[in-house]
Design a protein around this ligand. Structure first.
Ligand code: ATP
Length: 342
């Protein structure tokens, strides 16, 4: 288990002090895929680098399996770091070495038996589906291939923990998908604990078991990833989630929706919400048109998003709106400049 207790990281400049991490406490369980999300500058990179002491905390403890690594001497820390692999946004492969040599480099560092290295390299490269690139240099690999090589290198010595710093942020959608699936597979097979920071909520949705949301150096919310998306508690989480599920209606459609109110409704999945809409039409003197609908699956559980247009008299619209709100996780009014004011 990783336990971060009251950790702060203070950067002192001539002009000001920045608390990049501000009194953070967090427990990450063995074998889980734990995410840290937040806007740019929230402190995610600094916090993840505290876990292997690439960044020394100004205050607080970092316990790995009960050992406070801030108290270790150099030699002990070097040993402990072998239990923690890391992958980076820009891969950090050694340019002058082939992919096989990049992996051999870390095997050597852990005194992996010389006669078994070749077999281990083959095993790792087949796991990440890169056997044919064994003797290629990093510059001849695509971004996705480089990151897969980075993963092979990071897990070469069977670490217990894999830290991932924006590991998919430099990749296109297809390569991101591949890396996400690979990390899920590795986690399932080896039970390695993965700590993954990202600002990409799409990745969060597909990869994480649990996640923490960071803002201004602080952890503001921790939850399983389904509930984080289905019922975000903090306004920063809501903004991150909404940005991910924002649906832009084309102007031509908005021009036609010039009466009543447009609402975006988020509800906890399956088909049950259509019953709420038809009840609202029966109970109140309103019409409801469904403009857009989508169901996402997070941790194999559905979350629905609907955009509806409610028309009728103002009081009836408000009553229908209250009824819908009481059955949904969240409703948001969509402002339409073409709308008649009622
Ligand atoms: N070495 C440093 N010296 C001074 N300030 C720093 C240093 N590293 C980070 N900071 C500041 O600490 C804060 C947190 O930075 P950090 O990189 O951890 O955020 P982040 O959430 O990872 O952002 P991003 O997603 O943009 O990388 C920022 O205000 C940043 O400017």
């Amino acid at each position: 288990m990783i336990e971060i207790n009251n950790v702060s990281v203070l950067f002192k400049n001539k002009k000001s002090n920045v608390a990049a991490v501000d009194n953070v406490s967090l427990k990450i369980n063995d074998g889980e895929i734990f995410g840290i999300v937040g806007h740019s500058g929230a402190g995610k990179s600094t916090l993840v680098r505290v876990i292997n002491l690439l960044q020394k905390p100004t205050e607080g403890e970092v316990l790995i399996d009960g050992v406070d690594i801030t108290k270790l001497n150099r030699k002990e820390l070097r040993q402990k770091r072998l239990e923690i692999g890391m992958i980076f946004q820009h891969f950090n492969l050694i340019k002058g070495k082939t992919i096989a040599q990049n992996i051999e480099f870390v095997l050597k560092a852990d005194n992996y038996p010389k006669d078994k290295r070749e077999a281990r390299i083959t095993e790792l490269l087949s796991l990440v589906n890169l056997l044919d690139k064994k003797d290629s240099y990093p510059e001849n690999l695509s971004g996705g291939q480089k990151q897969r090589a980075g993963i092979a290198r990071a897990i070469a010595n069977n670490p217990k923990i894999l830290l991932c710093d924006e590991a998919t942020s430099a990749l296109d959608l297809e390569n991101t998908e591949e890396v996400v699936n690979l990390l899920r597979d590795i986690n399932e097979k080896t039970k390695i604990t993965i700590v993954f920071i990202t600002h990409e909520m799409d990745v969060a949705k597909r990869l994480f078991d649990r996640a923490a949301v960071m803002d201004n150096g602080k952890i503001i919310e921790v939850n399983n990833v389904y509930d984080l998306f289905a019922s975000p508690q903090h306004e920063v989480t809501r903004a991150l989630v909404n940005r991910n599920s924002s649906i832009e209606l084309p102007r031509e459609i908005l021009k036609k929706l010039d009466k009543g109110e447009i609402l975006k409704v988020t509800y906890k999945g399956d088909n049950s919400f259509s019953a709420v809409i038809s009840k609202a039409i029966k109970k109140f003197n309103v019409d409801i048109n469904i403009i857009h609908g989508r169901i996402d699956y997070i941790s194999n559980k559905p979350i629905g998003n609907l955009i509806i247009n409610i028309t009728g008299l103002k009081d009836e619209i408000n009553r229908a709106k209250k009824f819908i709100q009481s059955n949904a996780v969240e409703t948001e009014r969509i402002i339409n400049e073409y709308m008649e004011v009622i």
